[in-house]
Design a protein around this ligand. Structure first.
Ligand code: XIL
Length: 435
């Protein structure tokens, strides 16, 4: 396998060179942010690091010499998805969401990056419950149509997300007071949505996060609206609503649609992993599940690679597919200590470690999951500045991070060393922090 071509320059340096204010704002990421990108003095010596591949260094690296700040971009000649025999996906914003790939600002640029590297899309939001099914007798597929048609016309597939999920903001209002026949209503909801889309949509997260946030406590089930309406039929059973939703999806399209149970923190958290496996086993008995989705909102040093391997292996041993559905790796973990730590300096060293981590996660996936059981790897967002994590961390811990740099692309959509990490693992190269 030929060595992957790479060169690098500071992304912010490139932005400094941008002629117009507009371009500068775009490069600044959450451009309204008043704080400058972090200073990374090490990146000013970038030319010495890239000297090992000097013939490949692009002219843009010259820009970095005039700057000492900012996240680093690499230039590769890879296209991620062409390196893999399984889907390589990305979650995208659409319709009129911020960072929509259909916006009039940089939407087309986003589309270009996406079609270059990915062959599967997940809607970050617009295929959730209330977006598709706002009222009992009203389905609104227009925004999803635009996204699915975009995928289709570019030879890409779509992973549907998610038919049943508990958060208040995305549960259709009418369901919140629904007192009629829940089984019939939920069946209709799932059936209508699954039937609507053509074979561009190749898989669905049928149920997302059915396990409690504290899976060690009580019976471990999340006491959601759905649980309360259709609880387990008998002690020791999984909740009925999960069975109903999966059966409806399977009956709607018995062939050619992979059905996933999806959850977070189901690698290191043994209680959550066991509950996940309990759901998978019960649905497997009914013939209504194809795989388990691991969200993989993970950290630089948590969970361990052994945790990933163990969790994937158990699903593999059940004969089910393993899909990494929402991968992101922020460079700070606000939950890891009593108070959220300060932002680290996001320079060459940390970007290299993040590249290593992305590579290792991909490598564990390849080493543990046989080809026929690989549902794919999807990253949760395109540019760092669009990640959901800054809001999530703020809401959960009060941490006020401008950026946590969790993804494969800088705010200006240039490629990060992290992308090279995935590419190297896919190419069978050893994982290193070098770039
Ligand atoms: C997130 C989106 O990225 C945000 O834009 C939205 O505000 C909240 O939801 N697990 C999931 C995803 O299954 O649907 C969540 O997506 C992230 C956590």
């Amino acid at each position: 396998m030929a060595k992957l071509k790479r060169s690098f320059f500071t992304s912010y340096g490139l932005c400094l060179a941008a002629a117009s204010t507009l371009a500068l704002a775009a490069c600044g990421g959450s451009s309204s942010s008043s704080s400058p990108p972090p200073v990374d003095n090490s990146s000013s010596s970038s030319s010495s690091v890239s000297s090992s591949s000097s013939s490949e260094v692009s002219s843009s690296s010259e820009v970095s010499s005039s700057s000492s700040a900012g996240p680093i971009a690499v230039e590769t000649d890879v296209q991620l998805y062409t390196q893999a025999s399984f889907p390589i996906g990305v979650a995208v914003s659409a319709a009129n969401e911020p960072f929509s790939i259909f916006n009039n600002n940089d939407g087309v640029e986003r589309q270009d990056v996406i079609t270059h590297h990915f062959n599967e899309l997940t809607a970050g939001n617009i295929m959730k419950m209330s977006y598709l099914h706002p009222q009992e007798d009203n389905y609104t597929f227009g925004d999803a149509d635009v996204l699915v048609n975009f995928a289709k016309s570019n030879g890409m597939k779509v992973h549907g997300h998610a038919l049943v999920w508990h958060p208040d903001y995305q549960v259709p209002g009418f369901m919140k007071n629904y007192s009629d026949d829940w089984e019939a209503m939920l069946t209709e909801h799932v059936t209508t949505i699954v039937n609507y889309f053509d074979d561009t949509v190749v898989s669905w997260d049928v149920v997302n996060e059915a396990i409690s946030d504290s899976p060690n406590q009580g019976d471990g089930w999340r006491k959601s609206l759905f649980y309360n309406a259709l609880p387990p039929a008998a002690e020791g059973d999984i909740p009925e609503y999960i069975k109903v939703a999966f059966k409806a999806a399977r009956d709607a399209k018995p062939e050619g649609l992979d059905l996933y149970y999806n959850d977070y923190d189901n690698t290191a958290n043994t209680a959550r992993l066991n509950k996940t496996l309990e759901i998978a086993a019960a649905l497997k008995d009914e013939g209504t599940i194809d795989g388990v989705g691991f969200q993989m909102h993970i950290y630089m040093d948590y969970p361990s690679l052994n945790n990933f391997e163990n969790a994937f292996q158990q699903v593999v041993d059940m004969g089910l597919k393993v899909k990494i559905t929402e991968l992101d790796i922020p460079v700070v973990n606000p939950y890891g200590s009593a108070t959220p730590p300060p932002l680290p300096e996001y320079g060459e060293t940390l970007m290299g470690q993040q590249k290593l981590r992305y590579c290792q996660v991909t490598q564990v996936y390849l080493d543990t999951v046989p080809e026929a059981q690989r549902g794919g790897i999807t990253v949760w967002g395109l540019g760092d500045n669009e990640s959901w994590l800054m809001n999530q961390f703020r809401n959960a811990t009060g941490a006020d991070y401008d950026d946590v740099w969790p993804l494969l692309f800088n705010a200006d959509l240039s490629e990060k060393p992290a992308l090279l990490g995935i590419a190297e693992a896919l190419a069978g190269e050893p994982c290193t922090s070098d770039f």
